[in-house]
Design a protein around this ligand. Structure first.
Ligand code: SAH
Length: 213
């Protein structure tokens, strides 16, 4: 569990790559420059940790591509102290980025194996989420709502209604919507029943699956 100068150097190059690809938010870039992404991956893939690519993390799941993490996080416009819900804890990398930005993070994972692994791992490297939950993200987390932001890190075939209803007024939901290819979509809650919708480019995620397992 080491973070060496070599890793730090590779991380700075990754940050440069993200800037070239259009990421501008200084706080997001700083967080990515700080978090040891190689520790979130199985040891066989450590050499790939600072390439801008998604990678397997076991249980047929992936750690999202750094560009995707940066893009989604930028859209959330996190302020320190924000209450944020993440659907799809996975490796915990996105969760660490949100914590680094000062958010109070609640994160739901439906795969028990990953849930257990990440629940142990994150605090070990100093990242404490408010709550990690083993459950079905389609339902959100009504008992902790409303949230300032909700981020979905798996491809959603449709926008789950509970997620929209668990946003605070002014809150933002960032969700990749689609079956094989997803359109990154941002919803901003303008009032009890009014939502503004913005669409961004196409991305590819592992699917958001129903129920837990
Ligand atoms: N944020 C993660 C990305 C993981 S990939 C990271 O930074 O590593 C997407 C994750 O969503 C997978 O771990 C998958 O098991 C999980 N997932 C899929 N459907 C889900 C659902 N309905 N509820 C919660 N998690 C789900």
């Amino acid at each position: 569990m080491k973070d060496t100068f070599k890793h730090q150097g590779m991380r700075q190059q990754l940050v440069e790559t993200l800037i070239k690809k259009g990421i501008k938010d200084e706080a997001v870039l700083k967080a990515i420059g700080k978090i040891p992404r190689h520790l979130f991956m199985d040891s066989g893939f450590i050499d790939h940790a600072y390439v801008d690519k998604a990678f397997p993390i076991g249980a047929d799941q992936t750690i999202s591509q750094p560009y995707t993490v940066a893009f989604q996080t930028e859209l959330l416009q996190i302020n320190p102290g924000d209450k944020v819900l993440e659907i799809g804890t996975g490796s915990g990398y996105q969760c660490a980025v949100l914590i680094e930005l000062g958010a109070k993070v609640y994160s739901i994972e439906r795969q028990q194996e990953l849930f257990k692994k990440t629940s142990k791992f994150l605090p070990k490297i100093g990242y404490r989420a408010k709550k990690l939950i083993f459950g079905d993200g389609y339902k959100g987390l009504p008992e902790e709502a409303p949230f300032d932001s909700i981020i979905v890190t798996a491809g959603a075939p449709f926008v789950p209604k509970p997620l929209l209803s668990q946003l605070d007024i002014g809150g933002r939901l960032v969700i990749p919507v689609g079956d094989d290819i997803q359109v990154m979509t941002l919803f901003i809650r303008k009032g009890p029943k009014e939502f503004e919708k913005h669409e961004f480019g196409e991305f590819r995620f592992v699917p958001l699956l129903e129920d837990k397992n």
